[in-house]
Design a protein around this ligand. Structure first.
Ligand code: HEM
Length: 535
């Protein structure tokens, strides 16, 4: 049982002591929403034998701040570089002191710690997410959201209330797969558009491929969430869809600035933060209008068909539907497009693997005019292995976060409840200790059995520890869009690699910027050479 009481745990870096301030909050959001159990402290033998929290390596608050000053070790680094440098300085477990109302955060690169953290996260895992969104919905616009913060930012019972409602709608494979024909149609239109932007002599594109992929991802997720075609892949997109796409881009940039980077907005609403609130307003207004329009069409001509995602969400109530649709749009564009681009890049750099995959795809779609169906997409083991392998090498979410509701022993240290635990999974999934030849793209490590004489399963190249590969997170709070993302990515990759032989043109590897996810950046150029039909 969770009780109403908070404590903040200060860490005395120079000594071994801990001291508690019971009336303070553990993070602004958390203090309002989730109360950490205040049971007796752990006294079992394992806990008592563990080294104290204060002994975990790591900088003091002042030293941490100095790292970001001119000439400091972490000045101008992105999140990935920052974590790597900190790991070099302090080792596989270190602690960063809490600042600006945030709790202390322990960073760990030990899979046993990941397992311990997830196994003890309870039924209402705490992952502090977009605090700006929580502020917007609960404090700035209670008139619209009436106390609902949404999946990404609510905690405790409030989070569980929404999650229980939307799990059957979004996590049930069959319910999500009913969108296959339309997602396939969207992917076909994407290819048709690429054809108009492709130079038939050089086989290169005249437009920004990453941006086109974002439009595909937007069109796909908005169809699933709103049952509406936005027309973003056509020459005449709906003007509101165009505006929404722009606000979504702004949301991503602002969110990095105000939710990830240190910011004073919780104390003082800067002009930049006010613009962010305006962006949230625009997204809310446009999304609500789309929902109203879609609702007017429901009930007509449905001929007993399975209800679409939006109709199913509206059956719970409109508040849940508006919140969830917005969350799907905000979480489902950059993630899916970045993941697709990443997997495509690895296939482009590994032509022999791409050829093996194409053999599978030619069986599924002998001609590009054929459609994808439940039947012909059932058996795509090599494609699924390629997707896993791409996300292993570059998990676009490089780590995951929990506030532990229980006292834990991590890597031999006491970690008191209320502490943030950051699990650096990307580093481990690229470590030869866990995946043999970890820098190589070997989809065969994910196969259960041999597919052909030249496609032999190699599970020995894979770690036995399941906590070292978790691109969609773990447990009751795992990504709610996982099924949708998988369906979208599979559909697009089948269409793209069935239509073109893809190669990577730049001399240098793909680069990433780390914002709220890892996003490909810099010189992104592919060569797309058409592949003919079998007959
Ligand atoms: C390749 C694409 C994607 C990746 C790699 C990804 C990854 C993740 C991860 C790692 C989490 C945290 C899970 C945890 O804490 O255990 C998460 C949460 C979430 N994702 Fe995704 N995601 C993707 C696509 C999507 C899509 C398409 C949607 C839209 C429905 C979505 C919606 C969400 C939401 C709403 C949450 C918060 C869930 C909660 O706290 O209950 N994601 N995602």
């Amino acid at each position: 049982m969770w009780k109403y009481s908070n404590k903040i745990i200060y860490r005395n870096v120079s000594g071994n002591q801990l001291w508690f301030n019971r009336n303070s909050s553990v993070g602004g959001t958390l203090s309002q929403q989730t109360q950490l159990e205040l049971a007796d402290s752990r006294i079992d033998e394992k806990w008592q034998q563990a080294r104290s929290f204060g002994e975990i390596p790591g900088p003091s608050l002042l030293r941490m701040l100095s790292f970001f000053m001119p000439g400091g070790a972490l000045r101008n680094t992105n999140l990935i570089q920052m974590n790597r440098l900190m790991r070099e300085m302090y080792g596989d477990i270190y602690c960063i002191p809490g600042m600006m109302g945030k709790p202390n955060a322990v960073f760990t690169y030990n899979p046993d710690d990941f397992e311990m953290t997830y196994r003890n996260e309870g039924v209402w895992p705490i992952r502090i997410g977009l605090e700006s969104l929580n502020y917007y919905r609960k404090i700035h616009r209670p008139d619209v959201f009436k106390g609902v913060g949404g999946l990404a930012s609510d905690q405790g019972q409030e989070w569980a209330d929404i999650r229980n409602k939307v799990n059957p709608v979004l996590m049930k494979v069959q319910n999500v797969r009913q969108n296959l024909p339309q997602l396939d149609q969207i992917s076909k239109e994407f290819i048709d558009k690429l054809e108009t932007q492709r130079n038939p002599e050089t086989h290169t594109l005249t437009t920004d491929f990453h941006n086109q992929l974002k439009m595909w991802a937007f069109e796909s997720i908005s169809f699933v969430a709103l049952n509406t075609r936005m027309g973003l892949l056509s020459d005449n997109p709906d003007p509101n869809a165009d505006r929404l796409a722009k606000h979504m881009r702004d949301f991503f940039n602002y969110s990095f600035q105000f939710d990830v980077q240190p910011s004073i907005w919780t104390f003082y609403k800067t002009a930049g933060f006010k613009k962010f609130l305006k962006t949230y307003d625009n997204i809310t207004d446009i999304t609500s209008n789309y929902i109203e329009t879609a609702m007017r069409g429901f009930g007509k001509n449905d001929d007993g068909k399975t209800k679409c995602v939006l109709e199913q969400l509206l059956e719970h109530n409109k508040k849940v539907a508006v919140t969830m649709v917005m969350d799907m749009l905000m979480a489902g564009i950059d993630t899916t497009s970045s993941a697709c681009l990443t997997i495509l890049y690895h296939l482009a750099r590994n032509p022999s693997k791409q050829e093996k995959l194409r053999r599978e795809l030619l069986r599924i779609l002998p001609t590009t005019k054929d459609s994808l169906t439940d039947q012909n997409t059932k058996n795509m083991p090599y494609l699924r292995a390629c997707i896993k392998e791409g996300l292993r090498i570059t998990s676009i979410t490089p780590g995951n976060f929990r506030i532990t509701p229980k006292d834990l022993v991590l890597s031999g240290y006491q970690v008191p409840r209320g502490t943030g635990v950051l699990m650096g999974v990307l580093e481990l999934s690229n470590d030869d200790k866990y995946f043999a030849q970890s820098s190589e793209f070997i989809p065969e490590r994910w196969l259960k059995s041999d597919l052909a004489p030249d496609i032999q399963a190699c599970p020995a190249a894979r770690t036995r520890n399941p906590f070292v590969y978790l691109p969609f997170g773990f447990g009751p709070r795992t990504c709610i869009g996982k099924r949708i993302a998988e369906l979208e990515i599979e559909t697009l990759l089948v269409r793209l690699l069935r239509s073109y032989k893809v190669s990577w043109l730049p001399e240098t590897p793909i680069e990433y910027e780390s914002t709220i996810i890892l996003s490909p950046c810099g010189d992104i150029r592919f060569k797309l050479e058409p592949v003919g039909d079998l007959m």
